[in-house]
Design a protein around this ligand. Structure first.
Ligand SMILES: [Ca+2]
Ligand SMILES: [Ca+2]
Length: 608
C-alpha cells in the first residue's frame, strides 16, 4: 500500500530579506544646490533620467534599471548634495493587531477583526467542540480554559498536552484562546477542544494516523476537525474517514499548503474537507498559499468541483497566537512611553534612553553614544546597521521598514552584536523619528508569530465554531456553505483559485443563517409545496400560445404569473392558455398561486 507522507507543519517562516538598495520604481530624490539645479537637471536628462518633480532644492527622477550606488556614481557632481531612494507611500494596513505586550494585556490579532469574529458572541452552551489534529497543546500556556480541553495521543508521539514543537499550541490558540484580559483571544474563545497529537519533533505522520484520528475526534463528540497539515497523494482510507465524519453532520477543515503553487494537498483536497488558503492583513493572498484548480478530470470530460480547491481564506500571515511557555521570543517597544508595534530581530535584553536618528546607519556615528539608535532600512544589511550602532556606543537599535508594514528580520547566523534590535513598521516612522526617548525589551514570551495556511485553517475552524454556536441546529455542511456564501470577494473579481469565495466573515455568516435558516439562500419551498405546473408551447396557423397545466390548488380561483407579473385570475380547472405575441423565441417564466395569496407553485420556464 502506498502511504502518503504528511509534512508536519504547514508553516511558512517569515525570513527577513537583507536590504536592497534599488528603489521599487528606480525612482530617486536628488538634493541639489538650488542655484545650480538647472545644471543637475541637464546632467540627469543627459544620463537618460526622467524628471518627475522639480522641487525647492531637490529633484525626483527615474533612472531605469539603476540602483542607488549606480545613480550616486552617475551624479558624482559638486552640486549634488545627496541621492536617496524615493520611497513609495501607500495606505496603511487595512487590519492590524492591537498594540501591547500579550504577557500583561490581551492583544486581539488582526485576523479576528478582519473576519468579524469580534462582532459575534460565542455561545459556550451550544455544545460545539473542535478536534485539533496537530503536534499537541502544551499545558504550560495558561491562556486556555483547560477544564474544557481533552485529548488523545497517537502511539509514539507522547502526551497530547506536552508540545511536540510549538505549532499545535499556536494553532489551538487561534481557535480557542480565552477572553480573559491577557494573551490573545481566539475566534471562539474558550470553545471545547479535543487535541490529538499525531506529530512530534520529528514531524511526520501518515494518512492512516489521520483516518484513526478522525475516528477519535468522532468518539470525543467533536463537531469540527481542524488540520493544519497535509501532503501529496490521496488515500481512500483517509478520504472515507473524513467523508463519514461529514456525513454524520460534522465539518472538516484543512490547510491548502505553503508551497505557493497549484498542487492539491490532502486531506484538504478531498471533497468532504474544506480547503483553506491564507491572506494577509491587507486582504492580499499570501505568496505561499497554494491554489489548486477546481477542475477534475482532463480534456472534454473535465468538470468543475468547488470542493477540491480553496473554498475560503482567512488571515495567516504573521499571526500572533499562543506558544508553549517561554518558547517564543517577543519584543516590546515604547516611544515617549507609548507602545509601538515591533518585531524582535536579535539579542534579548532591555535598552532605554534618548533617541538618536542614524539615517541608514552606514557609518559609526558618535552621536549615538549612550542612546537608542533609530535607523532606516536600506543600503546596507540589518547586521551592519546594528553593528554600527553598537560600535558608536548605542544601547539598542530600532530599524524602520522602508515599505509599508512591519519589518521582520534577523541579523543572520554570523551575528556578533549584543544590543537588542527590533524592527518597526514604516507607518510608525514619523512617530519614531519624533520621539525623544525609547525603551526596547526582547525576551521570552508565551505568545509569538507564525505564518502559513496552518494559521488560516484554525482561524476558519474557530469562526465555524463561533457561527455554529449561534446556529447549532445546522449541519457542518450548512455552516460550510454559509461561510462560502458570505465570504468577501478578494483578489480577482469573483470566485478564483487563490481565494475561493474570498475572506471569511463571521458576522455576515451569522446574519445569513439568521435570515435564511440553515439551508441558506435557497428559495424557501412554497407553502403549497405540492402545487404542480407544467408548460407546453403550441403553434397554430402562425399564432403562438403556451398551455399551462396545473394541479394541487384548493381554492376556486388561481392567479397566473408570467415573468413575475400577474396576467390573469382564472378558474381552478387545471388549465390556462397564454397567447404569445412575439414571433421571436423568448424565455417565459410562469407560476400559479392560490388567488390572492403567496401560496404558489415553483417557477417554471419555457423558451418558445
Ligand atoms: Ca486571552
Ligand atoms: Ca476573488
Amino acid at each position: 500500500m502506498k502511504l502518503s507522507l504528511l509534512s508536519s507543519a504547514m508553516l511558512a517562516l517569515t525570513v527577513g530579506v537583507t536590504a536592497s538598495s534599488q528603489a521599487a520604481d528606480d525612482r530617486y530624490v536628488i538634493q541639489v544646490d538650488q542655484q545650480k539645479k538647472g545644471i543637475v537637471k541637464a546632467l540627469a536628462k543627459q544620463l537618460g533620467a526622467q524628471i518627475h518633480v522639480d522641487g525647492e532644492g531637490f529633484i525626483a527622477a527615474t533612472f531605469t534599471g539603476k540602483d542607488l550606488a549606480q545613480v550616486k556614481g552617475l551624479l558624482n557632481n559638486p552640486h549634488v548634495k545627496l541621492v536617496e531612494l524615493d520611497q513609495p507611500r501607500h495606505l496603511m494596513s487595512v487590519y492590524a493587531d492591537d498594540i501591547g505586550n500579550p504577557m500583561t494585556q490581551q492583544v486581539t490579532p488582526y485576523a479576528v477583526y478582519q473576519s468579524q469574529a469580534n462582532q459575534v458572541t460565542f455561545n459556550p452552551n451550544a455544545g460545539i467542540k473542535v478536534c485539533v489534529i496537530d503536534s499537541g497543546l502544551d499545558r504550560s500556556n495558561n491562556d486556555f480554559q483547560w477544564n474544557n480541553i481533552t485529548g488523545d495521543n497517537d502511539s509514539g508521539t507522547g502526551s497530547w498536552d506536552v508540545n511536540g514543537g510549538p505549532h499545535g499550541t499556536h494553532v489551538a490558540g487561534t481557535i480557542a484562546a480565552a477572553d480573559n484580559g491577557f494573551g490573545v483571544v481566539g475566534m471562539a474563545p474558550g470553545v471545547d477542544l479535543h487535541i490529538i497529537k499525531v506529530f512530534n519533533e520529528a514531524g511526520w505522520g501518515y494518512s492512516s494516523d489521520l483516518a484513526h484520528a478522525a475516528n477519535l475526534c468522532s468518539a470525543a463528540g467533536a463537531n469540527i476537525i481542524s488540520m493544519s497539515l497535509g501532503g501529496g497523494g490521496s488515500n481512500s482510507t483517509e478520504s472515507n474517514a473524513f467523508q463519514a465524519f461529514t456525513d454524520a453532520g460534522g465539518l472538516v477543515v484543512a490547510a491548502a499548503g505553503n508551497d505557493g503553487n497549484s498542487v492539491r494537498s490532502y486531506p484538504a483536497g478531498y471533497p468532504s474537507v474544506m480547503m483553506i488558503g491564507a491572506n494577509d492583513a491587507n486582504n492580499n493572498i499570501a505568496d505561499f498559499s497554494q491554489f489548486p484548480t477546481c477542475s477534475s478530470g482532463k480534456g472534454p470530460r473535465a468538470t468543475s468541483d468547488e470542493t477540491i480547491c480553496v473554498e475560503v481564506t482567512a488571515g495567516g500571515v504573521d499571526t500572533l497566537s499562543t506558544y508553549p511557555a517561554d518558547m517564543a521570543t517577543a519584543s516590546s517597544l515604547t516611544a515617549d512611553n507609548a507602545f509601538i508595534a515591533s518585531s524582535s530581530m536579535e539579542n534579548s535584553g532591555n535598552a532605554s534612553g534618548s533617541t538618536y536618528y542614524m539615517g541608514t546607519a552606514e557609518t559609526v556615528d558618535s552621536g549615538a553614544n549612550g542612546n537608542v539608535c533609530v535607523i532606516d532600512r536600506g543600503v546596507i544589511s540589518f547586521y551592519d546597521k546594528v553593528a554600527n550602532c553598537e560600535a558608536s556606543g548605542g544601547v539598542g537599535a530600532v530599524i524602520i521598514n522602508n515599505e509599508p508594514g512591519m519589518l521582520y528580520g534577523t541579523l543572520g547566523d554570523a551575528n556578533a552584536t549584543s544590543i537588542p534590535a527590533v524592527g518597526a513598521a514604516f507607518e510608525d516612522r514619523a512617530t519614531l523619528l519624533a520621539a525623544s526617548t525609547m525603551a526596547i525589551n526582547i525576551g521570552t514570551s508565551d505568545f509569538g508569530f507564525m505564518s502559513g495556511t496552518s494559521m488560516a485553517t484554525p482561524a476558519v475552524s474557530g469562526i465555524a465554531a463561533l457561527v455554529w454556536s449561534q446556529h447549532n441546529e445546522c449541519t457542518g455542511t450548512e455552516i460550510r456553505n454559509a461561510l462560502k456564501a458570505t465570504a468577501q470577494d478578494a483578489g480577482a473579481t469573483g470566485k478564483d483559485d487563490y481565494f475561493g469565495y474570498g475572506i471569511v466573515k463571521a458576522a455576515a455568516a451569522h446574519a445569513y443563517l439568521t435570515t435564511n435558516g440553515c439551508e441558506g439562500g435557497v428559495t424557501p419551498p412554497p407553502t403549497g409545496g405540492d402545487i404542480t405546473l407544467s408548460l407546453n408551447g403550441v403553434k397554430s396557423k402562425g399564432a403562438k400560445s403556451i398551455n399551462l397545466s396545473f394541479a394541487g390548488l384548493s381554492g376556486s380561483n388561481v392567479d397566473v404569473y408570467r415573468n413575475s407579473s400577474k396576467i390573469a385570475t382564472t378558474a381552478n380547472d387545471g388549465a390556462y392558455t397564454d397567447a404569445i405575441s412575439s414571433k421571436s423565441s423568448l424565455t417565459y417564466t410562469y407560476k400559479v398561486c392560490e388567488a390572492g395569496t403567496a401560496t404558489c407553485s415553483a417557477d417554471k420556464s419555457i423558451t418558445f
